[in-house]
Structures are given as C-alpha cells and as structure tokens.
Write a protein that binds this ligand. Structure first.
Ligand SMILES: NC(=O)c1ccc[n+]([C@@H]2O[C@H](COP(=O)([O-])OP(=O)(O)OC[C@H]3O[C@@H](n4cnc5c(N)ncnc54)[C@H](OP(=O)(O)O)[C@@H]3O)[C@@H](O)[C@H]2O)c1
Length: 355
C-alpha cells in the first residue's frame, strides 16, 4: 500500500485548495505511477475554470465539492501488476496534481499505452495516451522541463499556425494574439514569424509589454490600454488566448469591418467572465481535434517529422529568455497555483513541479 498525496481544489472556488492523503493499491492489470515532474501554467487554470463545461474534472474524479486539476508531466512506474508495463519505465502523460496515479494500461505497444479506466473511456483519446520515453527518439532527459512546459502548448501554436494557413488566414493580413505573453501565444507567434507573410501583433498587459517586445517573435506589440494605436486599414484576425469579453468588444470598436475572424483558444483572463457581444462570431479551436485530423492527413510519422522541425527551432529560441523554476513539495505547488490564479506568475518563468 502506498500513501498518495492529492492536491484538491474546490471546483467552484479555485482559491480554496488543500492536500489530502489516501492509500493506493494497484489491482490486477494495473500499475502505480509516481509523478516526478509536471508543468503548471495558466492552461491548467483554464482546465479548472472550464472544468464543468468541458469535462476536465472527469479525468481524475474527487469527492464533491473538490476536483483534481490535470497537468502534463513525467512519471515513473513504481509498482506493476500489468505484464506489459515494467517497474522503472518513465512515462509521459496526463496526470492529476498528486504524488501518484493508478492506471489500467490497455492497448499496450512499444510506444506506450492507453489508460483504460472505465471513467476515462468516453473522454478525448489524446488525454488518455501514455508514452514510454524510451520509445521516443526525440526524448532527452535534460529537456524534460521544456517538454513538460511546452509540449501541450507549443503543439497548439503549431497547429493553429497550420490551420490558419490552410484557411488562407480568412483573408486577414494581420494576426493579433491576446495574452501575447502566454507560452501558447509565444509558440504560435514564433511559427507565424517563421512563416512570414502576415503581420503578427501581440496584445498584452502593460506590465508584460516590455518582455513581449524584447522577445522578438512579434512585429508589433500593443498593450490592452492602448488599442487605439492598432492599425485598422487591413483585415485582421484574433487568436484569443485571454477570453476577455470587454477586450474583444474594444477590438471590434477599433477595427470595425477589418476584424474578420475570432479564433477562440484560451481563457487566461479567467475571472473576466461575460460574453463578447461584438465582432465576428467566436470559433473554438480545440487542439485535440486538430491533432486527430492532422494525424489522419499526414500519418503519425508525417505529423512527428513536421512537428519535430518546428519544435527544435522553437526550443533553441527559448534559450534567450526562458527560466525554468523547478520546485517540489506541497507549499511550492500551492504557491505556484495561487500565483497563476492571481496573474502574478512572470511570463519568462515556467513552473516545473513535483509534489
Ligand atoms: N484550445 C486549446 O486547445 C488550447 C490548448 C493549449 C492552451 N490553450 C489555452 O491557452 C491559454 C494560455 O495558456 P498558457 O499555459 O500558455 O498560459 P501562460 O503561459 O501561463 O500565460 C501567462 C499569461 O496569461 C495572462 N494571465 C495569466 N493569468 C492571468 C490572470 N489571472 N489574470 C490576467 N491575466 C493572466 C498573462 O498574459 P497577458 O498579460 O499577456 O494577458 C500572463 O503573462 C490558456 O487559457 C490555455 O487553456 C488552449
């Protein structure tokens, strides 16, 4: 029997949280994984903020009123009653913020397995996939912090860039990114910059504007308070990471007919609430759907090859600005969670944690 520590968050009051202990005993066909390194960014806050609506609380259920927030990271198999999964294997995947997770490996192959736990069967398959790092030729232990932080975020930017290109940028000559300082936006901005051909505009808060300017991925940076400085003589689209309704309304006023498309990606400004009333209709971009589509179109190897090229260019470019903050323990986790909820985390930093 192993003692498991779980970070429990009140689903309707995300600032109320605590650690709880429970015992874990893997049953026949199951394995116990010890979560060793996971990233915590606004993406995880969004999972919690829209958890009820989009089902993110369903992956790792907890007794009401609590939920377990999903994160991406690396874990080691510490106990196994599954013939095909060995103790000592290191596994990349989707975990709760906790010390451990019991999984029920199914469809096991050389690359990894699917967690076949009954409550996960109907959830989007991308989140149920666990990968053996030993089977990934691109894996490097020294890059684990970068991978934990960026893999789910950079793939999103990579896929949005591809989607916009496929759609002829909806006629836009300019692409505006809200929460331009977020890691997802930075990844997308880098892809767009490498593609060239459209002007890439970062929209951000005054306190993060200098960082966003310096990083050099954007052609132009405008703070939320200065939207009057935005050019409106060419069609522009928004890739919205902030989910901030008053901001969208203000953009619609400034751009008028030049605002041609609103791609809804995130909700970093999670407490703003309210729905935008102006501008083009919001169209949801959901990375897991696009991953499935491009895996079909390009094949798994074609996808991996394209992604690897984009990723290596981005990874190199982070050397000039990214500071990974590696910490462990309950206090480190709750402090990071609070900083993210309050918008106090610095954009040049990335939390990589262990309970
Ligand atoms: N649709 C999809 O498939 C998909 C996939 C991946 C990510 N996403 C979404 O993309 C968004 C960005 O995620 P990320 O992990 O890249 O974010 P991140 O790097 O942690 O973003 C940090 C930035 O977000 C803004 N921010 C964060 N917390 C805030 C708060 N409490 N109040 C106000 N502003 C706050 C600030 O940017 P500014 O000052 O620049 O506003 C801050 O610099 C998330 O909402 C995530 O869920 C969606």
């Amino acid at each position: 029997m192993t003692e498991v520590k779980d970070f429990l968050v009140d689903k309707s009051a995300l600032r109320l949280n605590r650690f709880a202990s429970a015992d874990a005993i893997p049953g026949e066909g199951q394995a116990l994984l010890r979560l060793d390194r996971f990233a915590l960014t606004s993406n995880n806050v969004t999972y919690a903020a829209i958890g009820e609506q989009f089902g993110y609380w369903k992956f790792f259920p907890a007794p009401a009123p609590n939920g377990r927030v999903p994160v991406w990271g690396f874990a080691d198999v510490v106990e196994s009653k599954c013939a095909d999964v060995a103790v000592g294997e290191r596994i990349w995947g989707y975990y709760p913020i906790a010390t451990h997770l019991v999984v029920t490996p199914m469809r096991v192959n050389t690359r990894g397995f699917v967690d076949g736990a009954a409550h996960r069967v109907s959830l989007p398959p991308v989140y149920n996939q666990y990968e053996r790092v030993a089977a990934d030729p691109a894996y490097r232990r020294e890059h684990e912090g970068h991978i934990a932080l960026f893999r789910p975020l950079f793939v999103t930017g990579f896929l949005i860039d591809d989607f916009l290109d496929e759609s002829g940028f909806f006629g836009a000559r300019r692409v505006m990114l809200s929460s331009a300082s977020s890691k997802t936006a930075l990844g997308l901005a880098k892809c767009l910059k490498d593609r060239a051909g459209v002007e890439v505009i970062g929209l951000t808060s005054a306190r993060n504007a200098e960082f966003v300017r310096k990083i050099g991925y954007y052609d132009r940076v405008v703070s939320y308070e200065r939207l009057g400085e935005l050019p409106n003589d060419q069609p522009a689209l928004l890739v919205d990471m902030a989910g901030d309704a008053p901001l969208i309304d203000a953009l619609a006023h400034r751009l008028g007919d030049a605002f041609v498309y609103n791609c809804m990606v995130g909700g970093t400004h999670w407490e703003t609430g309210a729905r935008a009333t102006e501008g083009p209709p919001r169209t949801l971009f959901f990375a897991p759907d696009r991953i499935m589509k491009r895996n079909k179109d390009w094949g798994a190897d074609g996808f991996a090859a394209r992604y690897a090229t984009a990723w290596s260019g981005f990874l190199d470019s982070t050397a000039g600005w990214l500071k990974i903050i590696e910490k462990s323990g309950e206090e480190a986790v709750s402090d990071a969670w609070r900083a993210l909820l309050d918008g106090q985390a610095r954009p040049e930093e990335g939390y990589v944690l262990r309970v």
